[in-house]
Design a protein around this ligand. Structure first.
Ligand code: SF4
Length: 460
């Protein structure tokens, strides 16, 4: 039977309680219990005038941004529409049923203005991490680090040859000025002396990158995560240019910042080969006392059938290598030379065999068939590399290898679920703002889910 036509009949008065319309198990309820934004107004106090019209509440804007990043709403215009219509979003933003949602242009002004100048987004992120530490979610034993490229908001069909530099006509743009400011920064322009293949006219700090998986080239930034392995809480995050040297620099910065901000230095750091350079391993082992659970970046293995460096035994007491024929290879043969020697410019010592030994050796065709004598390079940071090699044989290393995957899972979640596969803001600061909010959202979701789990498992 056909039902009666429904005719809208608006009542004069409604008794409506927003609180009772948000389900008890809604994710935003759990996030609301763990998020701490009380400091926002105090933090921004000096950035507002004491006279004039009252502004939009900054805490409301941060709450709206968190909703956007927690639920993959990337457009600010759409975020305003969603908050206007969605009761749970309204409840989380403390808007009530009739509260006015700010215009989307307000976000742009505040993000580029006082939020950025005051470092508010970094403070929101740090406060969330502090809360995780207080709640016992950060184990502080093992950290893992990784980086992932993320497409910049720049058209890949536009751009000029990188070596030509920036045309004068576009130097006034905000993103171009930011690019000029970070030219010497080791996480951006200073990371490499090689000119990028193409420069984007709208976001020149982004790097023309070809990804291994898709094979497609585009302008991108790197998003760097440092996580605590216990619950995969992101303890620090930073954007950088999308090359390995920059990612290593940022890792050092993040470890130092976590030590400064939260007083935590991990016992071990897990990472992939990108972090296994000799200088990085030495920094971890000698300067920071952190165990590197990282594969050693080593190109000494020979594939032409001749002896590799591993076939030579290092004698630390005598500072020499012993070759397969039992002869020694030394840095210097003249007594007193070592004391006067300068450190090598490429951080690598060379140990040489005697020419007379090699000439008379039956193994020469398998050792140095095209050279008069055999040379074996050794990094000045070799003790740290040896330490990493020892760790790689332990059980703990295999555990760390599995834990390292947690960072990759966070990146997958970020791109596939939270839809952050392309940045919206331009310039290094824009990239940093976005990754800070994304990491805050991921931490809040994790805290919320862990708190729900602990409630469910705790005895009634
Ligand atoms: S060629 Fe020289 S370095 Fe190589 S095994 Fe013979 S003696 Fe040793």
């Amino acid at each position: 039977m056909m039902g009666d036509r429904q005719v809208m009949q608006e009542g004069l008065f409604y008794a409506f309680n927003l609180e009772s319309h948000v389900p008890g198990d809604h994710l935003l309820r759990a996030i609301d219990r763990v998020v701490n934004l009380e400091f926002v107004r105090e933090h921004l106090k000096t950035y507002y005038s004491t006279t004039g019209r009252p502004s939009v509440d900054p805490e409301l804007m941060i709450r709206m941004l968190l909703v956007g990043y927690c639920f993959g709403i990337r457009s600010e215009r759409r975020l305003c529409e969603e908050v206007h219509l969605n009761l749970a979003y309204r409840w989380f933003c403390r808007l009530g049923l009739e509260g006015v949602v700010p215009d989307h242009s307000t976000f742009s002004k505040n993000r580029h203005g006082r939020f950025r100048e005051s470092g508010l987004l970094r403070e929101v992120f740090e406060t969330t991490v502090r809360q995780c530490i207080v709640d016992g979610l950060v184990g502080s034993e093992g950290f893992a680090v990784d980086a992932s490229t993320i497409e910049a908001n720049a058209d890949r069909s536009q751009g000029d040859i990188g070596s030509k530099g920036i045309p004068d006509a576009i130097r006034h743009r905000r993103a171009v000025q930011e690019y000029i400011e970070v030219l010497d920064d080791a996480a951006f322009g200073g990371a490499s002396t090689v000119a990028p293949k193409y420069l984007s006219p709208v976001d020149p700090a982004s790097r023309w990158t070809r990804t291994f998986r898709s094979g497609r080239a585009y302008y991108s930034y790197s998003i760097n995560y440092l996580i605590d392995c216990q619950n995969a809480i992101i303890v620090d995050v930073e954007g950088s240019t999308a090359i390995r040297q920059a990612e290593v620099t940022v890792t050092k910065r993040m470890i130092d910042r976590v030590a400064r901000s939260h007083g935590i230095v991990p016992k071990r750091l897990a990472g992939d080969t990108a972090y296994g350079s000799a200088a990085m391993l030495n920094w971890l082992v000698e300067d920071k006392g952190i165990e590197p659970h990282i594969p050693v970046f080593d190109k000494s293995e020979r594939k032409d059938g001749t002896f590799s460096r591993g076939d030579f035994i290092y004698d630390a007491d005598e500072d020499r290598y012993i070759c397969p024929a039992g002869k020694d290879l030394k840095r210097y043969r003249v007594a007193g030379r070592i004391a006067k020697a300068q450190p090598p410019k490429d951080d690598t010592y060379r140990y040489r065999a005697r020419k007379a030994d090699c000439d008379a050796c039956s193994l020469k065709p398998r050792c140095c068939p095209k050279e008069p004598l055999r040379k074996v390079p050794r990094s000045i940071y070799e003790p740290a590399r040896d330490r990493a090699r020892e760790i790689a044989k332990t059980e703990a290393y295999y555990v760390s290898r599995c834990e390292r995957k947690k960072v990759e899972m966070l990146f997958a979640h970020l791109k596939n679920i939270l839809k952050l596969d392309r940045l919206r803001l331009r310039g290094p600061t824009g990239a940093n703002d976005e990754v800070l909010l994304a990491a805050t959202a991921q931490n809040l979701r994790k805290m919320a889910k862990l708190s729900i789990q602990s409630q469910q498992t705790s005895p009634a």
